[in-house]
Design a protein around this ligand. Structure first.
Ligand code: PEP
Ligand code: MN
Length: 349
């Protein structure tokens, strides 16, 4: 870390910083300038945290050199993480981006869910998604059908051969949820529910971790770090938009740049969710394409057999015929990009 001392800091202030660091195994070097004094320190930040140094008298600012998300960082693991499922589906690396689609909530109408699942299978999607436990802003909104919905999900997955994804909101539901689905999702509202992150970290189940409504990229990656630190390396990040000031035309601001940024600093796969990212049906296709073009490892989209009567998120859900058209174009784009990528790497080697 780099410690910048206050303009009026005393030699005693500086010595106290150096003593704390050196007593904890850091190597330090001091540069006394005309105005500011800077101390460089190299060592293990788990023994002395930057926050502890920042609290010392006379310290103006502490800058960290190495990213605080260690296990999720490219510094630790240079090659992309690829998550592989028993049926051969892979997420990450040079693999073709996956498609994770389905209704926001699993509803009473099983046939409706099956219609969506069949369309997903027909168009080459790999995963069926749907909420059984729903995180709703209002207690008066639909809260989810819980275990009954999980049963529907499993059945639809088995009937179509699709892998399944559902959200977990509470650690106590994890054993039940893991009995029914292949992937658990931690939603935007729970990205800093550390108990939940630790609980999924203690299992090997693949986790889709959504970016929080106001998460910085560093906070997002530190949330992933919590899961990995407990021993679960199977984290799939999901950019789903962040809260900003324009809520008239879009529900969130989908941060497209976060994908190449995260690819630069982390080896974890990252997918995009243009449904929650925009909140508008007509924006799902262009933003899904944008995500794929900038390197996302997959797309999550909400699809409903009757969006006008959906229990949640109908406005952003694609009706089945529109979804099929969108998938046709996404598949063309994906194949083209994949072809170019493999040709390019073949030329390079
Ligand atoms: C969802 O996937 O239906 C959902 C609630 O997503 P988010 O956590 O991104 O709002
Ligand atoms: Mn939703």
């Amino acid at each position: 870390m780099i410690i910048i001392m206050e303009r009026g800091s005393t030699p005693e202030n500086r010595q106290k910083v150096i003593d704390l660091l050196e007593q904890n195994g850091f190597n330090t070097r001091i540069n006394v300038g005309d105005i500011y004094t800077v101390i460089e320190a190299f060592g293990d930040k788990t023994t002395v945290t930057p926050g502890r140094v920042a609290a010392l008298e006379g310290v103006r600012e502490v800058k960290i050199i190495r990213e605080p998300f260690r296990l999720a960082s490219r510094d630790r693991k240079e090659e992309d993480t690829v998550i592989e499922f028993p049926n051969g589906v892979k997420i990450g690396g040079n693999n073709k981006p996956v498609s994770i689609v389905g209704p926001c909530s699993i509803e009473e109408d099983y046939e409706g869910l099956l219609k969506v699942a069949a369309a997903a299978k027909e168009t080459g999607c790999e995963f069926l998604r749907g909420g059984a436990f729903k995180p709703r802003t209002s207690p008066y909104d639909f809260q989810g059908h819980e275990e009954k919905a999980l049963k529907y999900m499993k059945k639809a997955g088995e009937e179509t051969g699709l892998l399944t994804v559902t959200e977990v909101m509470d650690a106590s539901d994890l054993p039940l949820i893991c009995d029914y689905v292949d992937v658990v999702q931690i939603g935007a509202r729970n990205v800093q529910n550390f108990k939940l992150l630790k609980a999924v970290g203690k299992r090997s189940v693949p986790v889709i971790l959504k970016r929080g409504l106001c998460s910085t990229i560093r906070e997002f990656l530190l949330a992933a770090e919590h899961i990995m630190y407990q021993g679960n390396p199977n984290v799939i990040l999901c950019e789903r938009g962040i809260r900003s000031f324009d809520d008239k035309y879009t529900r969130n601001v989908m941060d497209i740049a976060s994908i190449p940024v995260i690819k630069k600093y982390s080896h974890l796969p990252i997918i995009v969710d243009p449904s929650h990212g925009t909140g508008q049906r007509y924006l799902v296709e262009p933003m899904a394409k944008a995500g794929i073009i900038v390197g996302a490892d997959g797309v999550m989209m909400e699809v409903h057999h009757d969006p006008e009567n959906a229990s949640s998120d109908g406005k952003q859900s694609l009706p089945v015929p529109m979804f099929k058209d969108v998938m046709k174009r996404l598949n063309t784009l994906t194949e083209r990009l994949h072809y170019e990528k493999t040709c390019l790497s073949a030329n390079v080697s």
